[in-house]
Design a protein around this ligand. Structure first.
Ligand code: NAI
Ligand SMILES: O=C(O)C1=N[C@H](C(=O)O)C[C@H](O)C1
Length: 251
């Protein structure tokens, strides 16, 4: 039985995971962490990890970049692996997570779905061919109106996986309104749309001369992320220190 601390337990993702784990015989939440105590759960909820006196095999984090230091301190002190799903982390926080992975296992992924993680591999293969053919690359992401960070962590992760095969030579362009200028060849445009209850859409556009190829992933429910996070938690419990991602889980 994998014992889980759910950080952000009373948020949208925390509650989807809470519901899914009620039916799971191999994993359970032993404690929740949230600054919001409005929801009653069948496990104890603490405001911060500093107050949590319950140990677990792994922490799943779907919360906020705020309070990130508490998460890192707890993981280091209690040697508890982290499935890090929160997006919108600063560069300093990402470096801190990488340093922590020398001491304890950390699995960081901006998107826990099978679809997006498969798309990343497909994009790398497509980029190698299409960039030589002169195609420009643009990413458009759409999310619900409650989302705090923009662009999405997934859009950035897709751009990073494309840029990896381009020797990281491409710059990210988030705002074309600032300058009256044509697009640079070595850039990836990233645009964010926010509205309603859109769960998550990511479109990667390769635009060439007289032809366009579009790769699109649509999330129809948050369960795809929750299932991936639970699978990742079971995988990470008891693992050696190191930095992991969903490719280690999915294979
Ligand atoms: N990696 C992935 O596949 C996915 C990542 N996400 C990311 O997960 C995060 C959470 O998403 P949602 O559940 O939709 O947000 P949400 O706003 O519904 O939930 C966040 C929860 O964290 C709590 N929280 C905020 N600051 C806290 C702190 N300092 N300590 C303890 N609890 C705190 C809030 O009270 C709230 O209950 C976001 O960064 C989002 O982008 C969301 C979906 C999928
Ligand atoms: O906030 C969300 O909802 C989501 N956030 C992640 C991101 O920023 O990429 C993953 C998913 O798209 C949903």
């Amino acid at each position: 039985m994998t014992k889980i601390i759910m950080r952000g337990c009373n948020g949208k993702m925390g509650q989807v995971i809470t519901e899914l784990l009620k039916e799971d015989e191999n994993a359970k939440i032993v404690a929740g962490i949230d600054i919001n105590h409005a929801i009653k759960n069948d496990y104890p909820v603490f405001t911060s990890l500093k107050e949590c006196n319950i140990s677990a095999d792994v922490i799943i984090d779907f919360a906020s970049s705020k309070g990130f230091d508490d998460l890192i301190d707890y993981a280091n002190e209690k040697k508890t692996p982290i499935v890090l799903c929160t997006t919108g982390l600063s560069e300093e926080q990402i470096i801190l997570a990488q340093e922590t992975s020398k001491n304890v296992a950390v699995l960081k992924s901006a998107n826990m779905s099978l679809g997006i993680n498969t798309l990343m591999k497909l994009l790398q293969a497509a980029t190698q061919v299409l960039v030589d053919g002169g195609f420009d690359i643009e990413i458009v992401e759409k999310h619900h109106n409650q989302k705090l960070d923009a662009p999405s962590g997934t859009a950035l992760a897709l751009a990073d996986s494309i840029n990896e095969v381009l020797n990281n030579e491409y710059a990210y362009q988030y705002d074309r309104s600032k300058e009256l200028a044509k697009r640079e060849k070595k850039e990836i445009g990233i645009s964010a749309v926010r509205g309603g209850t859109i769960v998550g859409e990511h479109e990667v556009i390769f635009a060439g001369t007289d032809e366009v190829i579009e790769f699109k992933h649509t999330a129809y429910s948050k369960a795809i992320f929750a299932k991936g996070a639970i699978q990742a938690a079971k995988f990470l419990a008891g693992k050696e220190p190191g930095m992991y991602d969903m490719s280690h889980v999915i294979g």
